[in-house]
Design a protein around this ligand. Structure first.
Ligand code: FAD
Length: 461
């Protein structure tokens, strides 16, 4: 019945129900997966609207899916349902370079947008390390960050308006240019639970006149962390301020030969972009701070190729860990910058208690850590160990005054952990917002909100 009605609405080419097709959509980049009932590949907003109407009439939940690079099980269909893949809605609908805006479909790959507008001297600022593959729709739904979000802000600061299909299949638009409630901001980061984004008007920025990239190497992680804190406390907010430990730089160098020292305990990758006239002052201020904090070496990338190689290494770091173990589980936590040394020690302690190899590559300037826990998915004991290690790391983040996610979202993975940072009343307020948009919890169910007795107030009636 469901299959026939979906085929009537979209055509057989856009509907997948064969087990081998469904298996592909059972996972994102989290450790676990579940099968959908059906997968659809709409080509237009009208198609999405029709799918939602059919799914609702058949009592099936609806799960939006971009590239499936989410790290918290956000795009995984926990109780079955119709997965809407945006692979065929991946176009730039219009570009208004004069007013720095683009209207895009949700399946557009993040980096494709920046590449397309570069000839107009523009770029799209949010740059998750997954930007070569993750989509604008997924980035909006997770409020994605990235290395350059330290100075440019996260996705929410770059979305101007949205076209959305609601839980009944009706289309509405939001706009942050106009008065009234800022529903654009409410939708960004809502992980597909408030509506399905079918197009977005996004802000573009002018490519900077000058860019500098520096690498500072340290003999110990505490000194590198202290330098990060000192740079920002000194009133300098570079465009990006990233840290990698030795486990990561060694894997990255083996894979990419990017130019990082492999004998340092920690390496900072620092970028500043802006006006040429400001670069020398910025460079000497940052160089002085890292040297005061005992940097073993400090060097500038001299060419655009060197800069690109360093960034390719940084953004490819997770993939490079394939040299260490067949799988990695990425944790995502935030702590106040001044607590980075304690947080990194807690990561190390949790990993060694569970005999897990850990590598750290993260947005240090934001205090946003990403321990990569290496394991073999085929070994059940190792799966359990990485999940327990991840939980211990999250507990330590909270103890240090931090939080359970910096940018990857809550999804399926962290919904129970929400009770560690929010009271029942806080969560009930969020649940009331959700109920306004989607009272039957048909959109991406079993995500964000915890289950269980403690949260009776936030479970659906
Ligand atoms: C190697 C690697 C590096 C990463 N680096 C970063 C990083 O630096 N910063 C960062 O923030 N994240 C990072 N991530 C995580 C991930 O890439 C981001 O969360 C990204 O935004 C997910 O995009 P996606 O297209 O893959 O979405 P999916 O994984 O397909 O979906 C993510 C969520 O968005 C929802 N969704 C997707 N499309 C829509 C839509 N059209 N309407 C409504 N909801 C929708 C899904 O239901 C799901 O809840 C990284 C992941 C990997 C694997």
């Amino acid at each position: 019945m469901l299959k026939e009605r979906l085929i009537d609405a979209l055509g057989s080419d856009a509907v997948k129900t064969a087990p081998e097709d469904l298996a592909v959509y059972a996972f994102d980049a989290y450790t676990d997966g579940r099968l959908p009932t059906a997968v659809v590949l709409p080509a237009s907003t009208r198609d999405v609207s029709a799918v939602v109407k059919v799914a609702r009439a058949c009592g099936e939940p609806i799960i939006a899916r971009g590239a499936g690079t989410g790290l918290c099980g956000g795009a995984v269909p926990i109780i079955g349902g119709v997965v809407i893949s945006f692979a065929r809605m991946n176009r730039i609908l219009s570009l208004d370079a004069h007013n720095y805006r683009a209207h895009v479909q949700p399946g557009l790959i993040n980096l494709d947008l920046s590449n397309h507008v570069a000839s107009d001297g523009l770029f799209y600022a949010p740059d998750p390390a997954s930007q070569k593959i993750s989509t604008i729709g997924g980035n909006i739904a997770t409020n994605a960050g990235g290395p350059h979000c330290l100075s440019y802000g996260t996705t929410v600061n770059h979305v101007l308006a949205l076209e959305v299909v609601d839980d009944r299949g009706e289309v509405f638009t939001t706009s942050c240019d106009d008065p009234g409630y800022d529903l654009t901001a409410a939708l960004v980061g809502s992980e597909g639970t408030l509506g399905i984004v079918t197009s977005a008007w996004v802000r573009l920025m002018r490519l900077p006149e000058a860019v500098r990239v520096w690498v500072a190497a340290f003999g110990d992680i505490d000194a590198a962390s202290a330098a990060v804190s000192a740079i920002i406390a000194g009133g300098i907010v570079p465009t990006a301020l990233e840290m990698m430990d030795a486990v990561i730089t060694q894997a990255v160098e083996a894979a990419f030969h990017a130019g990082y020292p492999t004998d340092a305990a920690a390496v900072l990758l620092i970028e500043n972009a802006g006006f040429e006239d400001d670069m020398a002052t910025c460079e000497s201020a940052i160089a002085a701070i890292v040297k005061e904090h005992g940097a073993l070496s400090w060097r500038a990338a001299h060419t655009a190729e060197e800069r690109a190689a360093l960034w390719a290494g940084r953004k490819g770091a997770a993939g490079a860990t394939g040299r260490i173990a067949p799988n990695y589980y990425t944790q995502d936590l935030c702590v106040p910058r001044s607590k980075l040394p304690q947080a990194l020690r807690a990561v190390e302690e949790a990993a060694s208690a569970h005999r897990i190899t850990v590598g750290n590559v993260f947005h240090a300037g934001d205090g946003n850590l990403h321990p990569l826990l290496m394991y073999d998915k085929r070994r059940r004991d190792q799966v359990g160990a990485v999940v327990e290690t991840g939980n211990a790391i999250l507990r330590s983040a909270i103890d240090l005054g931090g939080t359970i996610s910096g940018e990857h979202g809550v999804g399926w993975e962290k919904r129970e952990a929400m009770t560690r940072v929010y009271s029942t009343a806080d969560l009930a307020t969020m649940a009331r917002v959700r109920d306004v948009f989607d009272p039957q919890r048909a959109l991406n169910p079993e995500k964000i909100f915890p289950s269980g007795a403690r949260c009776a107030e936030v479970t659906p009636p």
